[in-house]
Design a protein around this ligand. Structure first.
Ligand code: 3PY
Ligand code: MG
Length: 254
């Protein structure tokens, strides 16, 4: 398991930038990593990616010094384990709607004494060949990140208790699900959605957690940096769509 440079940069007070990817193509993942993103999040919640895909995608981005992370499909220990065993350096856990569920996520990600992640030879541990297994478990506990999605009104209502939960690195706002949960699906600028996101940002400020958020465009990311976010994620889909549509609109309208 390599050093988690995202965790390192965050510990130094820096901001990190990443991309969600939902395509099972290692060359595309490597192409994206070469743009210079700090991390890539392979999306096991939305789309079709399975742990087998993620293992090869992780290899591809590691080649380009980019930290591999995955969004797991559920907050179930066995789902989280199958993704972690591929060798990724952290998980995004979706739909963590109570502080107790956040503590469950930490227990699934960490080995003893912080949690009860299942232990066996896998790519994550170099199949037990590089170091004594007890050293690996403690190193994995240090290097592996827990990113918890705050994306329902129930989570926002109890945000102060998430902030004091040990073992969480990033509290990550999922604006789309949050807007849906508040009855304003897709309207990320609705005053109630903005107020809920600001409530999360205010609760995280001054705590030992990092504020993360999905920010599709660079302008949105800059606004969030100004509000204290230091873990920003987007997706290539929007950029591809804008670029390709722009090309076709330009050539077809002549
Ligand atoms: C959301 O907006 O709901 C997300 O999960 C973003 O990744
Ligand atoms: Mg979501």
């Amino acid at each position: 398991m390599l050093v988690n440079t995202v965790k390192e940069k965050l510990a130094q007070g820096g901001a990190v930038f990443g991309c969600f990817l939902r395509y099972a193509e290692p060359s595309f993942a490597e192409f994206v990593a070469l743009q210079g993103w700090d991390f890539v999040i392979f999306d096991g919640e939305h789309g079709t990616l399975e742990p087998r895909d993620v293992e090869n995608l992780a290899r591809a981005v590691e080649l380009r010094d980019t930290t591999p992370i995955a969004r797991v499909p559920t907050n179930q220990a066995h789902d989280i384990l199958r993704f972690l065993d591929t060798g990724i350096h952290g998980v995004h856990v979706p739909w963590v709607n109570t502080p107790e569920a956040a503590a469950d996520a930490v227990r699934s990600v960490k080995y003893w004494p912080l949690g009860m992640r299942g232990l066996a030879g896998s790519r994550a541990s170099d199949w037990g060949m590089s170091e004594p297994i007890g050293e690996y478990t403690q190193r994995a506990n240090r290097e592996t990140m827990v990113v918890v999605h705050i994306e329902t009104s129930a989570a926002v209502d109890t945000i102060d208790d998430y902030v004091s939960t040990d073992g969480i690195d990033v509290l990550f706002i999922g604006p789309t699900d949050l807007s849906h949960s508040l009855g304003h699906a897709g309207d990320l600028g609705h005053p109630e959605v903005v107020a809920a996101m600001d409530q999360v940002a205010n609760a995280v400020a001054g705590s030992d957690k990092v504020l993360g958020v999905f920010a599709g465009t660079a302008d949105t990311a800059v606004r969030w940096l100004d509000k204290g976010a230091r873990y920003l994620a987007t997706t290539p889909d929007g950029f591809l769509q804008t670029g390709m549509r722009g090309y076709l609109d330009h050539v077809r309208d002549r």
